[in-house]
Design a protein around this ligand. Structure first.
Ligand code: PLP
Length: 466
């Protein structure tokens, strides 16, 4: 096997993949029956597969290639850092220039007094860090009983045992005996799916107050923290009503619990602010980072910790028995720093706020008039289309949940567009650097894919409400 077997025919690449590669979040039997799509290169907002097809990547890989593909500067910085110091650990009272520079830069960028960074290799590892860190923090403050973390149904916080337990994904919990003890899940602020006849505002308040009810039921002396994504990503781009976050912040202020904002998707410009916490005006005590931190060019995650929490830990916590071989990996840190430099010097975040996101929103909402679309919602550079057999009633399909979404995703791929499906909704999170022309193309391909999906559903008698 050569390092880059690009010259092999697609069928041969697929056969090797099927024989030896177990994919994440995949039904391998179903995949192997048809063969994996082989992506061989990327540039800007486009991917190319092994048959030479160009595909518009409206998901930024997995919500991560914020600055787009093919930035030479990141490759240069990585090569340079690999030659200088490819690896050293940060365990035994050692540090190195890339890690301390990145920690300082993140402290400058992060809101409030989130001035301390703990590095990891991924978002999952960062959330496992959160779980251990908040419990250790409260123990160090003489409150070892404060251990429960409240999270949300249909939240996504990663796939390690701790992170998957914090997440509220039922299919994940059903495999392997999750969640671990000490985690409580409350209902999500998903108005389209669960709001019924309530106004979004009233529904948002009610769902926020579920946090207060849970704290009171469990006992404030037993609750360590609440963790949530500013906007649920993998759960289906669930944008909370405007009333939700202010009420959550009020509840966190009124009770002695820590607020953890999982900013793995909403960080680094996706909402037109550096962090989603700024967009929603919340003041987290801890913040989870990954994905856009390096624009996905190398794996890296981090937890940002407030002065108060870090101060307590430093003063009273002794040694924190936690860390990863790749905590603060020098090459990943150098690449993340370069990514942040590009985001800042090219004004990417402001451009998203003032130009790209408003244009995308205007065009995305046009899809709301399509007969298959019950709602076209969007915030910043994250959008969802709820597919429905009956717009007026927001009905679900009679077919098994996800059937229609999967069909639509297949149509998108065939038309040269990556949109992901979550149940029977379609979601996008394009690179922040997409042009107006790119957005026009995205909408054109999305509409064509919706048309194709609708025609197929009609032909197969699937435009039927549950
Ligand atoms: C992707 C994601 C994670 C997990 O990150 P990994 O790098 O895949 O471990 C955690 N939280 C959120 C909100 C995510 O979207």
């Amino acid at each position: 096997m050569t390092i880059q077997p690009n010259h092999l025919p697609t069928a041969e690449l697929q056969a090797i993949d099927a024989a030896h590669h177990l994919h994440p979040f995949t039904d391998t039997k179903a995949l192997n029956a048809k063969g994996a799509r082989v992506i061989v290169r990327a540039e800007g907002v486009h991917l190319w597969d092994s048959d030479g097809n160009r595909i518009l990547d409206a998901m930024s890989g997995l919500w991560c290639t914020n600055i787009g593909y093919g930035r030479e500067e990141l490759a240069e910085v990585a090569a340079d850092q690999m030659r200088r110091l490819p690896y050293y650990n940060t365990f035994f009272q050692t540090t190195h220039p890339p890690v301390l520079a990145l920690a300082e830069r993140l402290a400058e960028l992060a809101p409030g007094d989130l001035n301390h960074a703990f590095f990891c290799g991924s978002g999952s590892e960062a959330n496992d860090t959160n779980l251990r860190l908040v419990r250790h923090y409260w123990a160090s403050q003489g409150k070892p009983g404060k251990t429960v973390v409240i999270a949300r149904k249909n939240g996504y916080h990663g796939s390690t045992v701790g992170a998957a337990s914090l997440g509220g994904m039922k299919p994940m919990h059903a495999q392997g005996g999750l969640p671990i003890p000490g985690i409580r899940h409350i209902d999500q602020p998903y108005w389209y799916g669960e709001g019924g006849d309530e106004s979004p505002e009233a529904f948002g308040l009610a769902r926020a107050r579920a946090l207060e009810a849970a704290i009171e039921e469990i006992g404030e002396d037993k609750v360590a923290a609440f963790i949530a994504e500013p906007v649920q990503g993998a759960g289906g781009v669930i944008i909370p009503p405007d009333t939700y976050w202010p009420e959550i912040q009020r509840i966190c202020d009124a009770h002695e619990i820590l607020l953890i904002a999982d900013e793995v998707i909403s960080g680094f410009g996706r909402l037109g602010t550096w962090f989603g916490s700024q967009y929603y005006g919340i003041r987290p005590d801890l913040m989870t980072l990954a994905k856009g931190l390096s624009s996905g060019y190398l794996p890296i995650g981090a937890v940002m910790v407030s002065d108060r929490v870090a101060g307590g830990l430093i003063e009273d916590g002794g040694e924190f028995f936690h860390g990863y071989t790749y905590s603060g990996h020098p090459v990943a840190c150098a690449v993340a720093l370069e990514n942040l430099r590009i985001l800042e010097e090219e004004g990417v975040v402001e451009r998203v706020r003032e130009d790209v996101a408003p244009y995308l929103a205007e065009r995305w909402r046009e899809l709301g008039d399509h007969p298959l679309v019950g709602e076209a919602r969007i915030v910043g550079m994250m959008g969802a289309l709820e597919l429905t057999p009956d717009k007026a009633s927001r009905a679900r399909f009679a077919a098994e949940e996800g059937t229609v979404g999967l069909r639509c995703r297949e149509r998108c791929f065939a038309n040269g567009l990556v949109m992901r499906h979550v149940r029977d909704s379609m979601i996008i999170a394009p690179p922040l650097v997409i042009s107006h022309g790119g957005i026009d193309r995205l909408i054109e391909l999305a509409r064509k894919s919706l048309d194709d999906t609708l025609a197929g559903l009609r032909a197969d008698g699937l435009m039927v409400a549950a």
